[in-house]
Write a protein that binds this ligand. Structure first.
Ligand code: AMP
Ligand code: GLY
Length: 422
């Protein structure tokens, strides 16, 4: 197939790698892609992936069999819609269904209609309204801005004044939700969705905070591992429960409302003592979870992307996954997730990629005039390792990270530590 992948990051690098690993020998273009994706021999044309008209024209000109939309921004901008109108198979929801990620209030309403278990939430429009609601819920307080906020919209704090400040900061830009605090382990579980049916991938856990021990501010994700052997009842029973209580009811509700969800349904879950609860939906593959889920996928990715895009998932069994343990450790620039220092030299990539079981996925890299690698953004790259168990995968990933040189570079040292000990 001739496949266009849209997006610039490590998630897209992971998608491209999975497609390249198939025997079918696809022709893959990734726009805008990045220097790591280009180094795979993939064409990375300059294209504004968030511009529906520019993308539609490019796709029409070049004649792709399938378009895969990576990040949330083009989804929420409605890039899928004109493609679908022109009859091009596209993996990614249109603007209306992407509201499942783009608006937390929309997601809450869909969950309420569909009977999907989630935290209780109350909408407020200013700090005065928020005060009594915070007191009713009690600490720790969970305050969420309604729209896309690049990971900065959610505050979990025991500081009542900080919670009120967060409301005051975000309320002028739309609604704010105050939500019940849910205590437990977080799980990311993805589903291919074709508007009616879903097929589950294997669960993963990501590490959102910048520092070891889940300290410091939230980031885009500093690492992840898959699968999750500690899930109550085991992976299979957990996946089947979430399919029946979360993914299918959500997809059916969206279909009933005339906004079918076609693409990747990301269920962000917390396993509480009282059962599984949804904390968020995303309308796309998670980053960095995708970097550990796709290397374990033993079925061809393109088959499921195309089946979802063309409404034929029912004809396919659930995809299969290897028993390998997978770990990704993200290397970030100095200052991330705040103001980052960029343009610094990045060394040791070949040695890192040569560690057995390891490959690198690039997020923000470039090559200078001499062809040397430099870091160009916050999250720079990830070292992904597969192993027979988490001990092996983890030590391989950290061996690779140890070979990478980046002045001021940061990484967490506790990714998958607990699961490796267990
Ligand atoms: P979200 O953008 O909704 O995924 O929220 C970002 C992070 O905030 C999540 O990954 C959780 O760690 C945390 N969080 C969100 N909602 C809750 C909640 N109701 N209870 C506890 N933690 C939460
Ligand atoms: N890893 C969290 C996300 O992709 O939203």
């Amino acid at each position: 197939m001739k496949i266009l992948v849209l997006g610039p990051g490590a998630r897209e690098h992971a998608i491209v790698k999975a497609l390249l690993s198939e025997e079918a020998g696809h022709e893959i273009v990734c726009a805008p892609g990045n220097a790591g994706i280009a180094a795979e021999g993939v064409e990375t044309p300059r294209l504004d992936a968030n511009d529906p008209t520019a993308v539609a024209n490019f796709v029409q000109e070049r004649g792709f069999d399938l378009v895969v939309i990576g990040p949330e921004a083009p989804l929420v901008a409605g890039v899928a819609d004109p493609l679908r109108e022109r009859g091009i198979p596209v993996f990614g929801p249109g603007r209306a269904a992407a509201q499942l990620e783009g608006s937390k209030a929309f997601a809450k309403r869909i969950m309420a209609e569909a009977g999907v278990p989630t935290g209780r939430a109350v909408r407020v429009s200013n700090a005065e309204e928020a005060g009594p609601v915070l007191d009713e819920f009690g600490a720790p307080y969970v305050v969420k801005a309604d729209g896309l906020a690049a990971g900065k919209g959610v505050l979990v704090t025991s500081d009542r004044d900080a919670a009120l400040d967060h409301v005051a900061t975000w309320a002028p830009q739309g609604e704010v939700l105050i939500e019940e605090f849910l205590d437990g382990q977080e799980v990311s579980l993805f589903f291919f969705a074709d508007g009616h049916d879903v097929r589950p991938l294997s669960p993963a856990q990501d590490y959102k905070r910048i520092f070891d021990g889940d300290e410091g501010p939230n980031t885009g994700g500093m690492g992840a591992y898959s699968p999750l052997p500690w899930l109550p009842g085991g992976v299979e029973a957990f996946v089947s429960e979430v399919t029946d209580t979360v993914a299918l009811p959500t997809v059916r509700q969206l279909a009933a409302e005339g906004t079918p969800f076609i693409g990747l349904l990301y269920c962000g879950l917390i396993v509480t003592e009282r059962g599984v609860r949804v904390i968020e939906f995303n309308a796309r593959f998670g980053d960095p979870e995708t970097q550990v889920v796709l290397p374990r996928l033993a079925s061809p990715l393109s088959t499921y992307l195309l089946a979802a895009a063309s409404g034929t998932l029912a004809a396919h069994p659930a995809p299969e996954f290897s028993d390998d343990a997978a770990v990704v450790v993200v290397v970030a620039s100095e200052g991330y997730p705040g103001e980052v220092a960029t343009g610094r030299e990045l060394t040791g990539l070949d040695a890192a990629a040569a560690v057995p079981g390891v490959h690198l996925v690039h997020a923000a890299t470039a090559r200078d005039a001499q062809g040397e690698w430099i870091a160009t953004g916050g999250r720079v790259l990830g070292a992904v390792a597969l192993g027979a168990d988490f001990g092996e995968a983890r030590s391989r990933a950290y061996r690779a990270v140890g070979l990478i040189g980046l002045e001021g570079g940061q990484h967490r040292s506790d990714i998958a530590a607990r699961v490796a000990e267990a």
